[in-house]
Design a protein around this ligand. Structure first.
Ligand code: ADP
Ligand code: MG
Length: 471
């Protein structure tokens, strides 16, 4: 009962699985992959459902809690017919072997993590992974395309990377949504420092890994060694710090490491998915420390940056592809750079597979699911709601006939954003604004474009709204 599989034509499931694994390795890096994901085995694909397994319950629980959603998403990307996944425990321990945790939409509630890792083999996976930095060679400043949305973060990262003895700001805290280049920038800093100041000891790791090491140190009563290792580095980079929110003892330890390094005037670079003040579950003193240095946020990409990134990718790979296809992708895949790259790769892989040039039609066909997902992200209703809140007018004024400037202008802003952020046509947009004519929408779009030229504060308002909506 295998359903249609547009992307796996001529390819069997194990190919698909190996692409899923490649992507996981790509996204999470070697260290995380080797520790948690490497041992996942594909058991079977049953229609829309994928069964996988791991050798121990500990591993299974951890993977379910931390990676299952992403694994499912990647499966769906690689094979759009897949809708749900299970991860079983392969060898029966004390529990029955098959304790599947089915995941379709949300993260399935799995048993809490246990620190009992003695006979799981987890440590073995991690043994070869010492404190040397694990940097992805593709993530360099040279490969990083700078645009309005990331220029501050990029400039700050450069400054830190080029500093010799003076520390420009400590810590550097980079934040932004997923797939916007935080990890890329941190790795770039690592590469640059290893070139500029090869004697410096640089350590990059995810907050998750930090926690994992800490737990292991506690277990082996080896915390002195743990502390020494972390406190002896010149540059410490911790990625995705939000991971340790709510994990009290890890936070405590991190706090001490942090202070010790700052006291010694050693550079710390942290990334998170939100600003320090918004990190719920993080102790107040930690939040305030994180904001001590420079806090630089990376905004969602704009069209020009997306196009620039696509151009740089095809240039690097020496691929020729029609400019209008790149423009199409830059217009339509607005979620984040990771998805944008993934879309481009998929389009290229498809054309490679079928041995035909990439066309706009094949692009649309191959990316059908992704395009829909990106479309779904922002609705006109959301735009209207946000705009109404922002300008302090009633939602009903979005549909009303009132023409007073105080309501008409926000309404025009909402129409303008609807045109920019959704793929709705002018008549469709008009209908959502109390049945207005498409010429009214067109007029609004032009008017706002015109006003933005001269009105900085309106322009900032609109950028802010766009950022909130695209998040
Ligand atoms: P984050 O850590 O913020 O979730 P990543 O740094 O992992 O995001 O970026 C996701 C993908 O997008 C990576 O492959 C990265 O190389 C790419 N990427 C992100 N921003 C840029 C950029 N400005 N220029 C080039 N590639 C980028
Ligand atoms: Mg990252």
């Amino acid at each position: 009962m295998a359903s249609r599989e547009p992307l796996t034509v001529g390819k069997n499931h194990s190919d698909c699985w190996s692409r899923v694994r490649d992507r996981l390795l790509d996204e999470y890096g070697e260290a995380t992959f080797n520790s948690w994901l490497k041992n996942i085995e594909l058991d079977e694909i049953n229609g829309t459902h994928v069964n996988m397994s791991l050798p121990t319950k500990f591993l299974r629980d951890w993977v379910i809690n931390n990676y299952a959603n992403r694994i499912r998403q990647i499966w769906c990307l690689e094979d759009p017919s897949v809708q749900s996944i299970d991860i079983h425990v392969k060898e029966a321990t004390s529990e029955p072997a098959a304790t599947p945790a089915t995941l379709s939409r949300a993260n399935g509630a799995a048993p809490p993590m246990r620190v009992k890792v003695a006979d799981t083999g987890v440590d073995k996976f991690d043994a070869q992974d010492n404190l040397s930095s694990q940097l992805d060679p593709r993530f360099t400043f040279e490969n990083f395309v700078v645009g309005k949305s990331n220029e501050l973060a990029h400039a700050a990262a450069r400054r830190v990377a080029e500093a010799r003895d003076n520390i420009p700001f400590n810590p550097l805290y980079l934040y932004g949504g997923v797939g916007l280049g935080k990890t890329h920038l941190m790795h770039s800093i690592g590469h640059a420092i290893s070139v500029n100041c090869p004697h410096k000891k640089v350590l990059y790791l995810s907050a998750e890994k930090f926690m994992y090491r800490f737990i292991r140190a506690l277990r082996y009563k080896d915390t002195m060694n743990f502390k020494d290792q972390f406190r002896s580095v010149d540059v410490l980079m911790i990625d995705d710090v939000q991971f340790i929110a709510g994990k009290e003892s890890t936070q405590e330890e991190f706090f001490h490491t942090f202070n010790a390094l700052v006291d010694q005037n050693h550079q710390i670079i942290i990334s998170g998915d939100r600003s320090p003040t918004d990190l719920e579950g993080m102790e107040e003193r930690m939040r305030s420390r994180l904001g001590w240095g420079l806090v630089a946020d990376i905004h969602p990409t704009d069209y020009e940056l997306r196009l620039g990134i696509l151009q740089s990718k095809v240039e690097q790979a020496s691929i020729s592809i029609e400019p209008r296809i790149l423009e199409f992708l830059a217009h339509r895949i607005t979620s984040n750079v990771r998805e944008l790259e993934g879309a481009l790769n998929r389009v290229l892989a498809y054309s490679d597979l079928v041995g035909r040039d990439v066309t706009l039609e094949s692009t649309q066909e191959v990316l059908r699911d992704l395009l829909r997902a990106n479309d779904r992200r922002i609705t006109i209703e959301e735009i209207q709601k946000r705009v109404a809140e922002h300008f302090n007018i009633r939602m009903s004024d979005m549909h009303s006939a009132r023409r007073a400037r105080a309501v008409a202008r926000p309404r025009q802003v909402a129409m303008y954003l609807a045109k920019q952020l959704t793929s709705r046509s002018l008549p469709e947009i008009g209908r959502k604004f109390g049945g207005r004519d498409h010429t009214t929408v067109m007029h609004a779009v032009r008017k706002i474009d015109e006003l933005r030229e001269g009105d900085v504060s309106l322009s900032e308002d609109i950028d802010l709204l766009k950022r909130m909506l695209e998040n």
